[in-house]
Structure formats: structure tokens, C-alpha cells
Write a new protein. Structure first.
Length: 264
């Protein structure tokens, strides 16, 4: 079985004050503790526990990576650190250029991402022809477990989904998708560029809920020129990334409950 490399993004957007970092009293959100452990170490340990994952890479400021509470564990996990760029897409593209495909990408604010969810995602991705695979979680999966949680929903004709911050750059052609992503980050303040790049019909069709999930990704693939495939996950916890202090509290409660069940 070919194991994939994994990249965990733990940088910060330039000039932004993160509310989770401020609430936790840490310099970056990735260092906020959940159940007594920095989030990024939980993510890395869960990836290491997944048999399908090989090399671990981390995009984190070198000064932070050298902190005593991190350095020993990063070394024990065999993590290779990379300095983050000023934009997420540029960081991913640079590391992808160094290590190649297949490369799994996730974020350090994902403390509930389990080895089982990662393994399920990778198994599904191997069974389809995809240059890029994107993990999603259906609204009903999340609402069934946490009806009060707030997520950003993507609306399709066959349902609403939220992102799981989990991507597989499966082939060298994924570099083309990263190039489009980088251009999109540079032009994000120019809506007309987005319309020209993606096509007015695709944007209107999505806004009107005209496309199913599969149709929307098929059309997006044709516009970008690479095969981008969605993979819905039956793991509601994969939808819980920590963007707000309330998310940090939810993750803390869920991990405490999980520890209590394991102790019984």
C-alpha cells in the first residue's frame, strides 16, 4: 500500500488577530490546548496513527516549532517543519513542489480529526479517478449529533455540505489546481475576475442551487482543467474545526466525553 505524505497547516494570515488564539492566550491558534494538549500535536498524532499516512510535514513558524513544549514531540513524531508563506495556497504549492504527489493537506485547528476518518477518506479517494479529492460532511450528519452547532454550508440540489479541511493532492496535475487557488487568493478582492475565471453560468447555477454535488464538482473540474472530486464523510466530527472560542469549548467537551467512555 502506497502511503501518502501529509501536510498540516499551522500558519497565520498576515495581520489577522485570531479570536481563538486571543482567548487561549497563545501566539497562534494551533497552540491552543484542547484537553491539555496543543491542537496541532493532536492532529499530527492522529495522522501518525493512520496506517495510510507516511511522512508528516508541518507549516509553522520556525520560532514556534522550537518551543520546548513542541520540539520534543515533533521530533518523536518525525515531523519535518516548513516556514509558512504569506498565503495558504502558496505554502501548500511550495511544499507540494518539494515532496510531490500524493499529498494529504489538513489544518492544525482540527483536533477531532480521527485516524478512521482520514483512512476512510484516503480509501475512497483511491477508488476514483481524481487529481484532487475534497472531503465534505453532509448537513444531516452534523445536525443529527450537534443540532445547535454553526457551520458554513455549501448548498447543492441534493443537500447542503460543509468542508472538512481535508484534501488529497493525488497526482502531479493537482499543481494546476493549486495555481488556480493561488491566483484566486491574489484576486479575491476583484469579484469580476472570479466570474471570468469560473464562468458566470457556474456561479449562477451554484447560487440558485441548480447543481447536485457531483454536477457542481464536474463543472468546476472542467473550468479548472483537473479532476476535482468530492468525498462525503460519515464522520460528523470531521466538520468541527476550531474557528471560534465556542468551537474550542465544543472540542474540549467532545474529547472529555470520549475519554470518559474509553475509561469505562
Amino acid at each position: 500500500m502506497r502511503r501518502v505524505r501529509a501536510l498540516v497547516l499551522a500558519g497565520v494570515r498576515g495581520g489577522e488577530q485570531d479570536p481563538v488564539a486571543a482567548a487561549a492566550g497563545v501566539p497562534v491558534k494551533a497552540l491552543a490546548r484542547v484537553a491539555g494538549r496543543p491542537m496541532l500535536l493532536r492532529v499530527l498524532a492522529n495522522l501518525r496513527a493512520c496506517p495510510e499516512v507516511g511522512e508528516l510535514h508541518l507549516a509553522l513558524d520556525p520560532g514556534l516549532a522550537g518551543r520546548p513544549e513542541l520540539k520534543a514531540e515533533l521530533t518523536a513524531l518525525g515531523v519535518r517543519c516548513h516556514p509558512p508563506g504569506t498565503a495558504i495556497a502558496a505554502t501548500v504549492a511550495r511544499v507540494f513542489g518539494e515532496v510531490g504527489a500524493p499529498m494529504l493537506v489538513t489544518t492544525a485547528d482540527h483536533p477531532l480529526l480521527s485516524p478512521e476518518a482520514v483512512g476512510h477518506f484516503l480509501a475512497r479517494a483511491r477508488g476514483m479517478e481524481a487529481d484532487v479529492a475534497v472531503a465534505l460532511v453532509a448537513e444531516q450528519e452534523v445536525q443529527r449529533r450537534w443540532p445547535a452547532t454553526r457551520r458554513t454550508w455549501l448548498r447543492f440540489r441534493d443537500g447542503r455540505y460543509t468542508g472538512a479541511n481535508l484534501f488529497l493532492l493525488n497526482t502531479p496535475a493537482a499543481a494546476q489546481a493549486l495555481a488556480a487557488w493561488r491566483q484566486g487568493e491574489r484576486e479575491r478582492k476583484r469579484p469580476l475576475w472570479l466570474v471570468a475565471r469560473l464562468g458566470f453560468g457556474l456561479l449562477v447555477g451554484y447560487a440558485l442551487g441548480r447543481w447536485s454535488l457531483a454536477e457542481a464538482f464536474s463543472r468546476l473540474s472542467r473550468r479548472v482543467g483537473v479532476r476535482i472530486r468530492p468525498i462525503p464523510l460519515p464522520f460528523p466530527e470531521a466538520a468541527v474545526d476550531v474557528d471560534r472560542p465556542q468551537d474550542l469549548e465544543l472540542a474540549e467537551r467532545l474529547l472529555a466525553a470520549e475519554s470518559g467512555e474509553a475509561a469505562r
